[in-house]
Design a protein around this ligand. Structure first.
Ligand SMILES: NC(=O)c1ccc[n+]([C@@H]2O[C@H](COP(=O)([O-])OP(=O)(O)OC[C@H]3O[C@@H](n4cnc5c(N)ncnc54)[C@H](OP(=O)(O)O)[C@@H]3O)[C@@H](O)[C@H]2O)c1
Length: 293
């Protein structure tokens, strides 16, 4: 049997952090730090905390994820999403331990015809994507063992996300217009946490693949409209009211930050290098909803 791990997880209430707290709980001791204990807007405050805890592994699940808000507070977004991940990576490298970090489809501009692979050239459309890309680069520059897992369209049964917002609006409204020209893979936080757990197990078993950047989303693809339809179908199946959905173009729903039209991420490298794969987005949605009381 493997020795228990001491795992530092940043972020406490976040979707991915909450899922990690469930999925990693049997691996050892989880030291979960919310922003009250560790404020990533103050990057230098990270160093003494990591040195004091001396973890075997760091999982950075905290981020400035308010994509539109980031446009008006770039300094804060960069402190949390770029400088702090770099400090985590430097401290992890100094301890000789791995850092697991999450990034985003928003590092790309959405212009590619097919799914994005890890070596495609990023070109973020807004502050959030730029800050996350700067975080990726700061981690790589620290030179230690790291996994940067780019994911997309994250939802869960906690926090603020498209699933919970749609469940509410579809029952409140008679008609709802949803963007149909952005394509991607809705990814359950439970899927991200389960895959993270599998990656940690591979590393602990001495079967780690190469360190670096990987794509980690659910399989398959849909639009926000298609995702809303699937959520609505489950409401109908449980005898609940459901608005009539109307597809619209992104241009009809302007937001402070532009979104990539093609967010599809090719996840085959993670499968090849680490032997870890994800379920289809629709199957994962049903599994998530089965846990909703
Ligand atoms: N949400 C998406 O659709 C999406 C898509 C692609 C990639 N990602 C990436 O996936 C990762 C996880 O995202 P998520 O959806 O779980 O995010 P989330 O639900 O918005 O949670 C954000 C987390 O960041 C923490 N945080 C925010 N500001 C902080 C600060 N100043 N200091 C310390 N902690 C702070 C929050 O801390 P508290 O616990 O204290 O509130 C919370 O735990 C992030 O790296 C994100 O960029 C997300």
């Amino acid at each position: 049997m493997n020795a228990p791990l001491r795992i530092l997880i940043s972020g406490q209430q976040g979707q991915v952090s909450q899922a990690l707290q469930q999925h990693l709980q049997n691996m050892g001791e989880l030291i979960v730090l919310g922003r009250d204990q560790l404020d990533l807007s103050q990057p230098e405050s990270i160093r003494p905390v990591v040195r004091d805890i001396k973890p075997d592994l760091i999982v950075n699940a905290a981020a400035h994820t308010a994509v539109d808000q980031a446009e008006s507070e770039p300094e804060l977004a960069f402190a949390i999403n770029a400088t702090s991940p770099g400090v985590f990576a430097e401290e992890a490298a100094a301890l000789g331990i791995p850092l697991v970090h999450y990034s985003t489809d928003y590092v790309f501009d959405g212009s590619k015809a097919g799914a994005w692979i890890e070596s495609d050239v990023p070109n973020p459309l807004g502050v959030y994507g730029s800050s996350k890309l700067a975080g990726e680069r700061a981690i790589a520059a620290a030179g230690g063992q790291h996994l940067i897992l780019r994911t997309s369209w994250v939802y869960s049964l906690t926090g603020r996300n498209f699933l919970l917002t749609m469940q509410r609006l579809l029952q409140e409204r008679e008609r709802l217009s949803i963007v149909a020209d952005q394509i991607g893979a809705p990814t359950w936080a439970g899927t991200i946490a389960a895959s993270t757990g599998a990656l940690i197990e591979r590393w602990r078993d001495g079967a780690a693949g190469a360190w670096g950047v990987y794509h980690l989303t659910a399989r398959g693809e849909t639009s926000w409209f298609g995702f809303a339809e699937a959520i609505g179908q489950q409401l109908i199946n449980s005898g609940k009211p459901c608005a009539v959905l109307e597809p619209i173009a992104s241009s009809a729903y302007p937001t402070p930050a532009a979104r990539p039209l093609n967010s599809r991420l090719d996840c085959s490298r993670l499968q090849c290098e680490w032997g870890v794969s994800q379920p289809d987005w629709h199957d994962a949605l049903l599994e998530c909803l089965a846990q909703q009381r």
